[in-house]
Design a protein around this ligand. Sequence first.
Ligand code: SAM
Ligand code: DTB
Ligand code: SF4
Length: 364
Amino acid sequence: MSEVRHNWTKEEILDIYNKPLMELLYEAATIHRKHHDPNTVQVSTLLSIKTGGCPEDCGYCPQAARYHTDIEGNDLMSVQQVKAQALRAKSSGSSRVCMGAAWRNVKDGPEFDQVLEMVRTINKLDMEVCCTLGMVTENQAKRLAEAGLYAYNHNLDSSEEYYKEVISTRGFEDRLETIDNVRKTNVTVCSGGIIGMGEKEEDRAGMLVALTTLNPQPESVPINALVAVEGTPLEDQKPVSIWDMVRMVATTRIVLPETQVRLSAGRTQMTREGQAMCFFAGANSIFAGDKLLTTPNPDVNEDMEMFKLLGLNPQKPFIKKMQPETVEAEDSKFQALGEKPKWSRPEHKIERNEEAKEKAKALR
Ligand code: SAM
Ligand code: DTB
Ligand code: SF4
C-alpha cells in the first residue's frame, strides 16, 4: 500500500513528472487501482450562479471586470433557477453540483443567505453540493457546513512563486487561509490548479508540493488546462499538449494517492483517446455540462457515450468507492488513533468493491 506523504520535494516530483511515459503511466495506474475503483468516475455539474464583474485580476479569468471579454454577466441566480438546473444535472447522471460565483470573497448578507438556501435545496435532492465563492472566513465556512455543503473548491492555481505573476490582488497565503477555514468544518476540500499559463515544470511540481503538504490532503484536486480567453492577459498562451496533461494527471495521482483527481477545464481540446489516457493515469472525476462557468465543455451525451465506450460508471452521490485494501488500511489507521476516517461524514457510505476484493485475494 503506497502511503500518503506530506514531505515530497519539488525535485522528487519533477523526477516523477519526467519519467519515461510508459513507466509513469504504469506507476500511476498501479497506485490508482490500489486506492480507487478504476472504472468509476465522479461527475460534477458546474453552475455559474453569479457571472462576471469580479474585482480581482486573475490573468486567466474571463470574469474579471477589468478585462474586456465577450462573456455575459449575470446577477445572483434565484434558488428556483438553481433547483431546476440541479434537477437537470441529476437526470443526466451528475452526483454533484458545483456552484461558482465571480466574487473575491463572500460577504455576509442577503446574497450569502440565498446561497445557503441553494445549498439546502440541492442537498434535499440527494446530490452532493460544492461551492466556489472566493475567500471565506471560518464563520462563513461553518454556516455553509451547517447548510449541508459537501465540498468547497478553492484552487491554489500554481506554485507560490508563479502565483504572483498571474494574480496581484491577493496572495497565495490568502488561498491557504481559506482552505484552512474550510478544514475547520466537515466540508471536504477541492483544490488544484491550472497548467498552460506560461509556468515552468518546476511551478507545476511546486503546486503539487503545496497540495501534498496540506494535512489532510484535499479530497479532490482539479487539473485545469488553461482556456485562453480573448481579452484576458493570457489570451495568447499556446494550448496545453495532451502529453503535459497526462504527465500532470499521472504525477498528481502518484503524490496524492487517495485524492479524487479531476480532469477539469480544457476537455473540449482533448480527443477521447487523450481523455482515456488521463483516466488510465488516475483521473477519476470530471466536470460535465455543456458549459464550464463561462466557456464551452463537451456535450453531456458525448461524455456519456465516452463512458460507455470506456466501460466507466458515474459515481453515486455520498458513496466513495474504494478498493478494499484502502478501506481496511484506513479503518485500522483511524481506529488506532481513536478517530473517524476523514472521509466519513454521517451519510457517507463506503462501498466495498467486492469483485476487486476477490481479485486482490487471488493475487495474494
Ligand atoms: N471566484 C472564485 C475563486 O477565484 O476562487 C471562484 C470561481 S473561479 C472562476 C474558480 C477557478 O476556475 C479558478 O481558481 C481557476 O482555477 C479556474 N479558472 C478560471 N478561469 C479559467 C480558465 N480560463 N482556464 C482554466 N481554469 C480557469
Ligand atoms: C475548477 O478547478 N475548474 C472549474 C471549477 N473549478 C470552478 C472552473 C473552470 C473555469 C473555466 C473557465 C470558465 O468557464 O469560465
Ligand atoms: Fe474573480 Fe475567481 Fe475569476 Fe479570479 S478566478 S477573477 S476571483 S472569478
